[in-house]
Design a protein around this ligand. Structure first.
Ligand code: CP
Length: 323
């Protein structure tokens, strides 16, 4: 029997700190709104005036290619005033604290802050210290909510639904903010999730989040419609958590034989890819891979997040797919 869907017109939250605290209805509102912006991005004029009077600061304390550029594009497409802050070359290198940086930014009357930081909880601290609205662009090993939203958008685009899908998440589950946000989001929208990796990279108690757990790749892929291969942080090998990258590839890497065995399996990866480790070249570049679709959809998803957090309503005509 189909589940009763709550259709929201506005978000209930001021910030996007993680998907753990967002409801299924709020996540669906973001995905429905992103579909509207995905269409806007196909038009000759890709810009809308929605955030014309807003000022957004992008605070990236860790390296980023996709997320930083994607947020900047999304902000500019919504006509916001945008300031991008690089930790290198800022007063942080002179010993300024995050709190003082936040207070100084606030004194400049900004409306929103997009923050990436190596410390889990940094966006939450910022939300306490400033009146600006905070968007988490990845905090430590905690959450990366817009990555999970764009992953879910891409899955919904491919399958028409999230409800009832079986999604495998493979790799370094213990240190992955992408895994944590996807687990929260996918479970809320009715997918089943199986996480897979070496025992040293599976956190104790992960099953309390409502996921199945395995150390066997074949068990994870069997019956799955999609696999999210996580980037392996190469320093884990130095930390003694992995025998060798070659062995990892032949135990947990998605390889051409998996494409043959599971021809309908859709491959996702948040990037950047370690080719020959998480994914063989032939897999990353195969028609079963939706990795570049994820990147394209990321701009629309981030436009939707910024637009809705600014208090704007669900775009007209967007009622979402039947689930
Ligand atoms: N997916 C992701 O967060 O990539 P970047 O580190 O390049 O932003």
């Amino acid at each position: 029997m189909p589940t009763q869907r709550t259709v929201l017109t506005h978000l209930h939250h001021r910030h996007l700190l993680g998907l753990e605290e967002y409801s299924a209805a709020e996540i669906e509102l973001i995905l429905d709104t992103a579909r509207h912006f995905r269409q806007v991005l196909e038009r000759p004029v890709k810009k809308v005036p929605a955030l014309r009077d807003r000022t957004i600061v992008n605070l990236f304390f860790e390296p980023s290619t996709r997320t930083r550029i994607s947020f900047e594009l999304a902000e500019r497409r919504l006509s916001a005033d945008v300031v991008s802050f690089q930790a290198a070359g800022s007063s942080l290198s002179k010993g300024e604290t995050l709190r003082d940086t936040a207070r100084n930014l606030e004194a400049m009357k900004i409306d929103m802050v997009v923050i990436r930081h190596s410390a889990s909880g940094a966006p939450h601290q910022l939300a306490r210290w400033t009146a600006a609205q905070i968007i988490n662009a990845g905090d430590g090993a905690h959450e990366h909510p817009t990555q999970a939203l764009l992953d879910m958008y891409t899955l919904r685009e491919r399958f028409g639904r999230i409800q009832g899908l079986r999604v495998a998440i493979v790799g370094d589950i213990a240190h992955s903010r992408v895994a944590r946000s996807n687990i929260h989001g996918l479970r809320k929208l009715g997918a089943s999730v199986i996480v897979c990796g070496p025992a040293t990279l599976l956190p104790a108690g992960i099953e309390t989040l409502g996921v199945e757990v395995t150390t066997r790749l074949e068990e994870a892929l069997e019956g799955a419609q999609a696999v999210i291969a996580l980037r392996l942080q190469l320093e884990r090998q130095q930390a003694g958590l992995l025998p060798s990258l070659r062995e990892y590839h032949f135990t947990y890497g998605i390889r051409p034989e998996h494409l043959e065995r599971y021809p309908d399996l859709v491959i996702l990866h948040p990037g950047p890819i370690n080719r020959g480790v998480e994914l063989a070249d032939e897999v990353a570049d195969s028609p079963q891979s939706v990795i570049l679709d994820q990147v394209t959809n990321g701009v629309a998803v981030r436009m939707a997040v910024l637009y809705l957090l600014a208090g704007m309503p669900r775009p007209e005509g967007e009622t979402g797919p039947a689930q």
